[in-house]
Unconditional design. Structure first.
Length: 129
């Protein structure tokens, strides 16, 4: 029996306020933590059972999304979605810009991609039924 329940990726970001704003205002996430209070540089944002940690390290430490390192590294996070078509319509109606629109891909998955404020690519989807 497995005790593992979830994983939370941790992204180095350029600007914590811009990153948090993207996840909250574009993707409907909530702020679960933002600190320290006087000069925040770390946040946890989430929606349902998904959490993403965001951290602004220093001005000279830049984000390095996977796809910038190699074309085969398409995503920085795979977010399992029961109904990707429904979530795609929610995001589309809200004016979210897609890195890749909803489709069935060559890997047997149905979903779509969104790039965040720092270029990290999130795949929202599931295996094709």
């Amino acid at each position: 029996m497995s005790n593992l329940t979830y994983i939370s990726p941790s992204f180095i970001v350029s600007n914590i306020k811009d990153s948090v704003s993207f996840y909250v205002n574009q993707l409907g996430f909530e702020v679960r933590y933002l600190g320290p209070e006087n000069d925040p540089f770390f946040a946890i944002v989430g929606r349902d059972d998904v959490s993403i940690m965001l951290k602004a390290i220093a001005e000279d430490i830049k984000p390095v999304p996977n796809h910038t390192r190699h074309e085969w590294a398409r995503w920085d996070a795979y977010i399992s979605v029961a109904e990707p078509d429904v979530l795609f319509e929610e995001y589309n109606s809200a004016g979210v810009t897609f890195h890749q629109p909803l489709r069935d891909d060559g890997d047997g998955l149905r979903g779509f991609e969104v790039a965040d404020a720092d270029g990290y690519v999130l795949f929202f989807g599931r295996p094709k039924a």
